[in-house]
Design a binder for this molecule. Structure first.
Ligand code: DC
Length: 221
């Protein structure tokens, strides 16, 4: 039976770095569900449609074919045959992904793809609703969080390293807005599952976060 590990939490908590490392350590597949919402936002924006315009976003869905593939163990998102993985990390796409993710039809559109991946293989899946909606029977559920400032600083460092022209204050504001959007939406709000273990990694480096998570996993499995 495949093992499923769910990692949820707000933006900038380090979910994807952690999930990638756990997957490598345990030999599981890493599934980044945020990248799927981001790819839908990219498609919608390319069509000249506002990500806040739910009706138009929903009408785009029938033109979208999304799949996941792996190159050297790294997840790539394929949107209508195009690998869009390198175009979905901008601030505009982050906000767009948050907007489209609040639309029930968009969530429904992605649900089965996500569940199917977890049925086929042992996965470490990160997102906002993995433990609550997508994989409610996951073997391990971790809610990864850190204080707002710490998360904004991490996201800022990541984007600066990618050569993006951003300010810490701008990142902080966008992050707070996005978290509010994600945690207060009606469908699948980004909340901690009742049976998840909370891991607050404020002040931790990546290695300390990994060690703490592996400890939680070993106890649970
Ligand atoms: O994890 P991320 O920053 O790449 O996610 C982008 C947006 O997608 C985030 O603001 C909320 C949404 N999202 C979601 O609603 N559910 C998920 N499982 C993953 C992401």
């Amino acid at each position: 039976m495949p093992i499923n590990i769910a990692i949820d939490g707000p933006s900038g908590a380090g979910k994807s770095s952690l999930a990638k490392k756990i997957a490598k350590e345990l030999g599981y597949i890493y599934v980044d569900t945020g990248a799927m919402y981001r790819s839908i936002a990219l498609f919608v924006i390319r069509q000249g449609v506002s990500c806040k315009d739910a009706k138009s976003v929903v009408s785009c869905l029938s033109d979208i074919e999304l799949s996941i593939s792996y190159i050297d163990g790294n997840q790539r998102v394929i949107l209508n045959g195009e690998d869009v993985s390198d175009y979905i990390r901008t601030n505009e796409i982050s906000m767009g992904a948050s907007d489209v993710s609040a639309i029930p039809e968009v969530r429904e559109f992605l649900l089965e793809t996500q569940r199917q991946l977890a049925r086929e293989k042992s996965v470490v899946m990160d997102g906002r609703d993995i433990a609550t909606v997508i994989l409610p029977n996951a073997d391990v559920k971790i809610f990864l969080t850190a204080n707002d400032r710490c998360r904004a600083e991490r996201r800022y460092a990541e984007l600066v390293q990618k050569g993006m022209d951003v300010t810490l204050e701008g990142i902080y504001q966008d992050m707070v807005n996005r978290d509010k959007n994600d945690s207060t939406r009606k469908v699948a709000p980004a909340v901690c599952a009742e049976d998840a273990v909370v891991l607050d990694n404020t002040g931790f480096d990546e290695e300390q976060t990994l060690a703490a998570a592996l400890d939680i996993i070993r106890k649970a499995l």
